[in-house]
Structures are given as structure tokens and as C-alpha cells.
Design a protein around this ligand. Structure first.
Ligand code: HEM
Length: 142
């Protein structure tokens, strides 16, 4: 069934995305210079948005083709998607306009990068756990 493949792609992309987020925790440790950190942050945000957009695209195709209906769980996924994109844009802007030549600001922004990444990871993990519990019938809010 094509719909099964679409939903498999959705959950596969989410696993790849989670791996990307966890790997991204290394960015502040790998960056050696403020310029390098700024560049890495740019590439990171581009990849983040590309992956998250793919997740939404495949999810939307699954939603339409699977005739899933607007369940609370779909609304939750859309809300989490918007929140994650918003946080990511804020993070990128913060690092872009921040004066990284100032040692203290540089340190502060590296810390902020890590904290934001942890928050993004928690949002994805929350959604995955939510879907598992829903599939097991622990929560039924559809
Ligand atoms: C616009 C955004 C999105 C749309 C339209 C969407 C749509 C869907 C649909 C139609 C399903 C299958 C039906 C169901 O289980 O309710 C699904 C499953 C799922 N979605 Fe999304 N989704 C979106 C974003 C996200 C995001 C951002 C996450 C994670 C943070 C996520 C996590 C999941 C998980 C874990 C499943 C269960 C997969 C499985 O059963 O293997 N979705 N989504």
C-alpha cells in the first residue's frame, strides 16, 4: 500500500531528524572560531528547515491520501512543527546578529545553542512517545 510507504517515510524522516538534532549538539564544541560558529549555525539551520519541511510535506501527503481526518494528534503535530520552525528562526537570528567577537556573548550564545537543541529534541521525543502511547491505546483522544 502506497499510504503505508508514505507514513513509513514520515516516521523514517523523523528518525533521521532526531539523529541530526542529537549530532547538532556537537556544533558548539566543534566550532573553533566565532566565524566558524556563525557559518556552522547557518548550515545547521538550512538543514534543519529542509528536514522539517520534508517531514511536513510527507505528513501532509499522508494526511490527505490516508483520509486521516483532523484528529487532535494531527493538530498537535502541526503545532509542534510551527513551534520548532519559530524557535529555529529565532536561534538563527540570535547568532547572526550577536557580536561573537565579544567573548562573553560568544560563550552565552554557544550555551543558548545547546539549550535550544535540547528543547527541540524534547519536542520530537514528546511527539514520538505520544504517538506510541496512542498506538498502544494508552491515550485515545482522536
Ligand atoms: C505539518 C506537519 C505534519 C503532518 C501533516 C503530519 C501528519 C501525520 C500523519 C497523517 C500521520 C499518520 C496518521 C496518524 O498517526 O495520525 C503521522 C504520524 C506521525 N507523525 Fe506526523 N505530521 C506532521 C508533523 C510531524 C512532526 C513535526 C512530528 C515530530 C515532531 C511528527 C511525528 C509523527 C509520528 C511519531 C507519527 C507516527 C508514525 C508511525 O506510526 O510510525 N509529525 N503524521
Amino acid at each position: 500500500m502506497i499510504i503505508e510507504q508514505i507514513l513509513f517515510s514520515h516516521s523514517f524522516l523523523i528518525q533521521v531528524f532526531l539523529g541530526f538534532l542529537i549530532g547538532g549538539l556537537l556544533v558548539p564544541f566543534m566550532a573553533k572560531t566565532p566565524g566558524g560558529f556563525k557559518k556552522a549555525s547557518f548550515v545547521y539551520t538550512l538543514s534543519f528547515q529542509a528536514l522539517l519541511t520534508m517531514i511536513a510535506f510527507v505528513g501532509t501527503v499522508g494526511f490527505v491520501m490516508g483520509e486521516v481526518g483532523m484528529t487532535l494528534s494531527i493538530v498537535l503535530m502541526i503545532v509542534i512543527w510551527i513551534v520548532m520552525m519559530y524557535i529555529e528562526i529565532r536561534r538563527y537570528k540570535l547568532i547572526k546578529i550577536g557580536n561573537l567577537q565579544n567573548g562573553q556573548t560568544y560563550k552565552l550564545l554557544k550555551g543558548a545553542f545547546l539549550k535550544i537543541s535540547v528543547l527541540q529534541i524534547l519536542l520530537v521525543v514528546f511527539m514520538v512517545i505520544f504517538k506510541i502511547m496512542e498506538a498502544k491505546g494508552v491515550i485515545s483522544i482522536s
